[in-house]
Design a protein around this ligand. Structure first.
Ligand SMILES: Cc1cc2nc3c(=O)[nH]c(=O)nc-3n(C[C@H](O)[C@H](O)[C@H](O)COP(=O)(O)O)c2cc1C
Length: 338
């Protein structure tokens, strides 16, 4: 169990926020499989201030997903204060507010947002304080190892704590590493040693064994996994079982994977309308089917799919055994419109 401010979050791994991936449907599926906490896609503090309707859509939550963080990015303390106030006013249900200090994308960094905040620990302190003063939820930050040759995660974490952060997540890669190269877990241990709030370690947690190793090597309070959950929400079940019983779990067999993929598609159609959902399902389907015999040609065919029915037909043809006993589920609310 981990305490973030006045909130207790149960055992298991956290799902990392992923723009374009960790939407409501994906979060529900990960929570069902045992994610201790899920995370919304990053949201621009400025866009909240501008009252952008698409931005409010990103904040849809469902009680089925359990604890969920809402992540804001930006660089102006006033924008964070106003965004937090507006979110509070709307009564958006979420568990804690996270501030993005790790996004490496040039468009974001060149605007002074994401990991660019790590260039100024003073600004970090101001932003966290501004958010703290405008929300009644705990505030956390998500950092990287460093940016531009400066490996100052400890300094930034201390600044966040000074501003009132209730927990710090450390993605153990530098901004320059983006998402490749090995995560250097040592930085997680250094931050955990330096701050008195809980630290959530992140980077290269892919299964139960790596989760247990990060916890013991880094002394962090919890672990977060992101890419390992793509096409594999079962990773949370695997991590939970390993941490509790020290037992390895097999990845599900093909029929269960196929059924999860179809259910994912049906739920996404309900959430976003069939056209958008099936476009977004292309990457999810490629992740689910990775490692299947003929995955490359399947992937190519999946990129052509535009409706749920087409996906079901393809699956029926390729994996007839997977659909036996399937309760004929169809997306109910999909209208085919965005
Ligand atoms: C497609 C994608 C989108 C991401 N979007 C966000 C985001 O919106 N906010 C954030 O803090 N991190 C984001 N991340 C970073 C992840 O949360 C995580 O820190 C990173 O992938 C390292 O963890 P992993 O090795 O378990 O994947 C994103 C990563 C990926 C691959």
């Amino acid at each position: 169990m981990i305490r973030i401010g006045d909130i207790c979050i149960g055992d298991g791994a956290f799902l990392g926020p992923m723009a374009g991936v960790s939407d409501l449907t994906f979060r529900i599926l990960c929570a069902e499989q045992g994610a201790a906490c899920t995370a919304m896609e990053m949201i621009s503090a400025k866009a909240v201030c501008f009252n952008n309707p698409k931005t409010w859509d990103l904040m849809r939550t469902d009680p089925a997903e359990g604890p969920v963080s809402l992540q804001l990015f930006g660089h102006e303390p006033e924008a964070f204060a106003e965004a937090c106030a507006r979110i509070k006013e709307r009564g958006i249900p979420f568990t804690f507010l996270d501030i993005n200090m790790g996004c490496p994308v040039p468009k974001v960094v060149n605007n002074g947002d994401g990991s660019a905040l790590m260039r100024s620990p003073e600004l970090i302190e101001k932003i966290v304080r501004a958010a703290r003063n405008s929300t009644d939820k705990p505030v956390t930050v998500k950092l990287r190892r460093g940016i531009g040759g400066s490996e100052n995660a400890v300094e930034c974490a201390l600044a966040a704590e000074e501003g009132g952060a209730s927990a710090v997540t450390v993605h153990a890669r530098t901004r320059e590493q983006l998402y490749s190269g090995k995560a250097d877990w040592e930085v997680i241990a250094r931050v955990a040693e330096a701050v008195s709030v809980p630290v959530i370690g992140n980077g290269d947690v892919t299964d139960g064994e790596s989760a247990a190793r990060m916890l013991s090597e880094c002394g962090c309070a919890a672990v977060m996994t992101a890419r390992a959950a793509q096409g594999n929400p079962w990773v949370f079940r695997e991590i939970r079982t390993y941490l509790k019983e020290g037992k390895k779990t097999e990845r599900p067999r093909q029929p269960e994977i196929i059924r999860m993929m179809l259910r994912h598609a049906a739920m996404l159609c309900e959430e976003k309308g069939e056209l958008t959902a099936m476009r977004q399902m292309r990457s999810h389907a490629a992740w689910y089917l990775a490692g299947f015999p003929g995955a490359a040609s399947l992937r190519a065919r999946i990129t052509q799919i535009r409706t749920y029915r087409e996906m079901e037909d393809l699956v029926k043809k390729e994996f007839p055994y997977a659909l036996r006993n399937l309760p004929g589920k169809q997306p109910g609310g999909g209208t085919g419109e965005d």
